[in-house]
Each structure stands twice: as C-alpha cells, then as structure tokens.
Design a protein around this ligand. Structure first.
Ligand code: ATP
Length: 592
C-alpha cells in the first residue's frame, strides 16, 4: 500500500471520536494490507517501529524536528517555531507549509518504515545531523498529509487515541465480525508482547483462507521464548484477611518487596553451537526486562552475572524468572525504599551505582525451564523448580520465601512480621493457579498496611490535562490537574479527580515541567471528560502519578463514576505506562 493511502486512513481515524468507528476503520485498513505491511503498519499506528522491548527509539527532540521542518520546506526556523507555538503540533505545521505540487506520493508503507528505521538507528557522534538529513530527505518525498503523520511519529505524538487492544479488536472483527476473538488474540499478545507478530499471523491466516480452528491452534502454539518478554501477571487487592482467606483458601504467602520488577531470561546457545563448548567465554545470553518490558540488562550487571552463574551451575538450557530487585545498604544489609532502587535505572555510571546501591533479587516465579513453557503449570509445580534452583542463593539471586498457611491467624502473624521487618506487605498466591500473563485477577492478592488502617491504598492515575494557576500557584504554571483511570474494555481514559491541593511546591514545579513535555494541542479522542472539567491545557497520555486519597466516593460528575476525597501526590510513576494505570474495575473492588 502507498503511504499516501495509509495516511488517508490515519486522517479518517483521527477525525472520529467513536471507538467502534476506529475499530471498523482499522479492520478495513487491515483488509487491504499484506501480512508484512500489516505488521509494519501496526507499529506505525502506535507511533513505534518495533515492540517496546526492542528499545528502538528515535531520540529526536522537538527542537531538532523544528530544524528539520525548516530545512525541508525552506522556511526560517523562527517562522516554524511561531507556527508551532500557534497550533501546538508540528504535524499541523507541515500540513500547512508542505508543497502540494509535484509527484510526492510514490512511497509505500514499507519504504517509509525503512526510512524511519534508519533515522532511529543513527547513533553516536554526528548522529543528530545525520538524523536531520535523513528525516528531511524523507519528508521531501511525501505529500502534505503523509508528512503531517510522519513528523509526529518520532516525537511520540501521533495522537490517534487507541492502544494495542483496539488493534486486537480490529483483528477480531476481520476474523469473525465481532470482538469475540479478542481474548484469544490477547492471550497470544501477552506472551509475545509484539502486536506486529499477532497482526502478521492473523493476516497470513486470512490470506490463506484457512479454518478458524487452524488459527486457534497456531495462536495456542505461540508459547514463551527466551529473550522475548512476557507481560507480567499482576495482583488484585482485597480489603481484609477474612476475604483473602475465603477467596484463596489454598494459598502461599510471600513477602512483598518494594523494588523493581525484573523478568530475567537466561539461555544458552551451546546446544546449537558445538564450538562454544570449547570456548572459555560463556555462551549464556541474558536479558532483563522491567514491568513495562523495557530492557534493563545493562543497568543490572550483577543480576546478569548471577543469571549466567545459575545456568552454568545447573547446566541449564534456559530459564525465565520473575522477580523483584531491591537495593540495600551494603553496611547494614537493610533494604532501601523504592526511590533508591529506581536510581539504578540509568544507563551511565552503572559500575559506581552498583557499588553504592547493590541489589538483591528475590525470585518468586519461573515461567520457562529447559525448553518447557511453565505458564500453564500450577504455581506449586513452578515453585518446586525454584526450590531446587535457589535452595542456596546464586550471586544476588535469592529465593522468595513462601509459606503455606491454612489459618487466618498464621497469615496475620506473617503479615506483622514482614511489615515490622520494613517490607511493604504480603503477596497471597493461589497454589493451583497458572501464570496468567498480563492479567490482573485473584490468582495473586497484594495486601499492605494501608488496607488495615482503613486509609485507601494508592492509585496510579493518568494526567489528562491541567488548569491555569491562579494566585500563589500561578508561579508554578499549574493550578490544578485532571487525572483519570484507564479503561481497557473501551481502550479509553475516564476522569476520577481534579486535584488542586496535596502537592508540595516542588511537586507543583516538577508536575509543570512534566506537563510541558507532553502538552497536546487538543483533548485526545479517548479521553472521556465532562464539559465542566474541560482543561485549559491537554496532555498526551504519558504521565502516570501515584495518588493517595482518604476515600473513594460515587460521583455523578466524573466519567469513571467515582471521585477521590483529599487526593495527594505520592510520586511520579515513571515505571508505568498509562495503559497500566488503575482501572475502573479495580476502583470498584476497592470500594467494596
Ligand atoms: P501493579 O504491579 O499491581 O500494577 P504496582 O506496580 O503499583 O501495581 P504494587 O501494587 O505495589 O505495584 O504490587 C505489585 C508489585 O509488587 C509487582 O508488580 C512486583 O513488582 C512487586 N512484588 C514484590 N514482591 C512480590 C512477590 N513476592 N510476588 C509478586 N510480586 C511482588
């Protein structure tokens, strides 16, 4: 397909606010694409070039893009800046200034994708100039509409207002004319974490006109692969020990560490490369992924070394471990709070940080063992592998203790013990449960002291926009801000609170800085906001804040149906994507 035609779809999608229509348009688009085009288009539709975990980034700032636009269309930089200031969107500026004349509509989706990929690949000395040169070269070959969208992609501002879930719905529509296939497709997506692959598989299937049963089998065969991150299983909440006991009578209790989630993949290629047997260098490959599936391998060298040690110690072909890595004071051995551990998420000075802030990794699950996918095995069986592998710590890898309890009293005692030891609380896990990638359900329940103190737990909410500061707060640039929950069912954001107090002066300043980075020219189509709460400035869905509140109440105003009493900001959750924010379902559970 020509990129020009793809852009026409993007324009139609951008113009609609109706999710059904977006799904329908995507479904129509997919019907016109080859499987490979579908795969590339699905990344582009999400403003990406590859799945998140591959870490393909443009590293192109707005400032540089302004230079590119000025260079491409022979306009003074000041003029581009002025136009950008007026409309708040460089895509719109390109649409205004690009010449409509000439033969500029011959590039295909694949060609544009390849160009963009090349731009992203440029790194090192002089790369900014090379990126500028390549981007300008690409834009010159595009018609105004295509230019508008292509300029937005590297800036992460495509703003079509949907996520992977709507793409899965669109595929389901293509297959059966309704949403009924989404759970099956989502299951495969949760294991492979790559929307492009799912689109390609489905379009291939449609092209070959095979039976749906065949596709079901094919999706079922999409099992875990070392090196490819699995979307992590998540925990629900319950209000008290009684409810936990009645919902999970056969449970294992684990301490809840307040560190960073680390999914560790370690595998060897020795079985393929015979020569490696004679080489001194290890042939064990390691990848460490965050909760968001970002690649953290370079940031945790000690975890990588320990994973290699584990594979070598037991002569394994490969393992995938789920764990929490937490920094500790090397003098006293006591754990540091989350704010310290997160400092390890840096690319530079890792060696120094490793000494100052060493981490211990508590392994609590195993998802793959020597060629066997363990996701569908019960937790008790998965744990028995762990008991063997980590009977003694290997490097910084430790086994997370698990206690089997039958009585409520035992659970309470464990909880008290862990909390007095400075831990965050407990995780209660159903012993016969499978590992449900990407799902939040009652297989795992988290319980923290806040639940007992009848203070509500915290919520991870998405900043949707902000209001001009008045009086004292004028100096911060933000007077109040609007936050929402993420509703995966409809792939949209629903309001829950307008927050105007509960931040320190520094937090207000920091919030303003964040907001300026993600300012959007208008409300996004998947923000469901009542008229009364219309913001002075809108934000891209990109900033997650952790909010504590005294109470959740029903609200006739907020579109989630709920409001928060006395909300205050706990921290900025840089480790969470907006689609990982608290959901309306969770709020409902927390109210009961
Ligand atoms: P969530 O991950 O549920 O969206 P969150 O990121 O805000 O929420 P919490 O609500 O504090 O985190 O609890 C879940 C997290 O606890 C897990 O994602 C994991 O990182 C961490 N964790 C700590 N100890 C354990 C454990 N023993 N088992 C599972 N997860 C654990």
């Amino acid at each position: 397909m020509l990129f020009k035609n793809f852009s026409a779809y993007l324009q139609r999608i951008e113009k609609t606010t109706l999710r059904l229509e977006i799904t329908d348009l995507l479904s129509q688009l997919f019907s016109k694409l080859t499987p490979t085009e579908g795969k590339l288009a699905s990344y582009l539709l999400l403003g990406q070039l590859a799945p998140n975990y591959q870490g393909v980034e443009f590293n192109l700032a707005t400032k540089t893009m302004i230079k590119i636009v000025s260079r491409t269309y022979n306009l003074p930089e000041e003029e581009v800046k002025k136009r950008y200031k007026d409309v708040g969107d460089l895509g719109e500026v390109v649409w205004q200034v690009a010449s409509k004349k000439g033969e500029k509509d011959k590039l295909t989706i694949k060609e544009v994708y390849r160009h963009l990929y090349q731009v992203a690949q440029e790194e090192g000395e002089g790369s900014v100039e090379r990126k500028q040169y390549l981007m300008a070269g690409l834009l010159r070959q595009l018609d105004p509409l295509s230019g508008k969208y292509v300029v937005r992609i590297p800036l992460g501002k495509l703003r079509l207002g949907f996520s992977q879930l709507t793409i899965l719905d669109a595929l389901s529509w293509r297959l059966v004319g309704d949403k009924s296939w989404r759970p099956l497709l989502e299951k495969a997506y949760n294991v492979r974490s790559d929307i492009g692959i799912i689109v390609e598989v489905v379009l291939n299937h449609l092209r070959e006109e095979k039976q749906l049963e065949e596709l079901k089998k094919l999706l079922g065969k999409m099992t875990v692969q070392p090196g490819v991150p699995i979307r992590p299983a998540l925990a629900s909440r319950l209000p008290n020990f009684e409810e936990i006991m009645s919902k999970l009578p056969q449970a294992g209790i684990e301490p809840k560490y307040d560190g960073l989630r680390t999914q560790i993949h370690a595998w060897r290629e020795q079985y393929k490369k015979r020569n490696a047997l004679f080489s001194k260098e290890t042939d064990v490959k390691v990848k460490i992924f965050s909760r968001n599936l970002e690649d953290l391998t370079l940031m945790f060298p000690e975890v990588k070394e320990s994973a290699i040690e584990l594979v070598e110690k037991f002569n394994l072909r490969g393992v995938i471990l789920d764990s929490e890595s937490i920094s500790f004071d090397p003098q006293t051995g006591s754990f540091f709070p989350f704010q310290e551990t997160i400092k390890r998420k840096r690319k530079y000075n890792v060696t120094k940080l490793r000494q100052q802030l060493p981490v211990r990794t508590y392994v609590f699950d195993i998802l793959y063992f020597n060629g066997e996918d363990l996701l569908t095995q019960p937790l008790s069986r998965r744990r028995s592998h762990l008991d063997e592998l980590l009977a003694k710590p290997v490097g910084c890898l430790n086994l997370t203790p698990q206690h089997l309890v039958k009585e409520k009293k035992e659970m309470e005692t464990l909880f008290d013990e862990y909390v007095s030891a400075g831990l965050e609380g407990i995780m209660v896990k159903k012993l016969d449960s499978v590992y449900q990638a990407g799902a939040r359900n009652f297989n795992w329940v988290k319980f923290k002291p806040s639940a007992l103190a009848s203070v509500e737990d915290t919520f991870d909410l998405v900043v949707l926009g902000w209001y001009q500061g008045k009086g004292k707060r004028n100096k911060f640039g933000v007077g109040a801000f609007l936050v929402g929950v993420y509703n995966p069912r409809e792939d949209n954001y629903l309001t829950i609170s307008k927050i105007g107090t509960g931040l320190t002066d520094n937090q207000w300043r920091e919030l303003h800085q964040h907001c300026l980075q993600i300012k959007a020219p208008h409300k996004l189509v998947n923000y469901v906001v009542p008229k009364e709460l219309a913001c002075d400035f809108w934000a891209e869905p990109a900033l997650v804040v952790e909010i504590k509140a005294d109470e959740i109440t029903h609200s006739p105003l907020h579109t989630s149906g709920y409001a928060l009493r006395f909300p205050r900001l706990v921290r900025f959750r840089d480790d969470k994507l907006p689609t990982q924010a608290t959901t309306p379902e969770e709020i409902k559970e927390m109210m009961t």
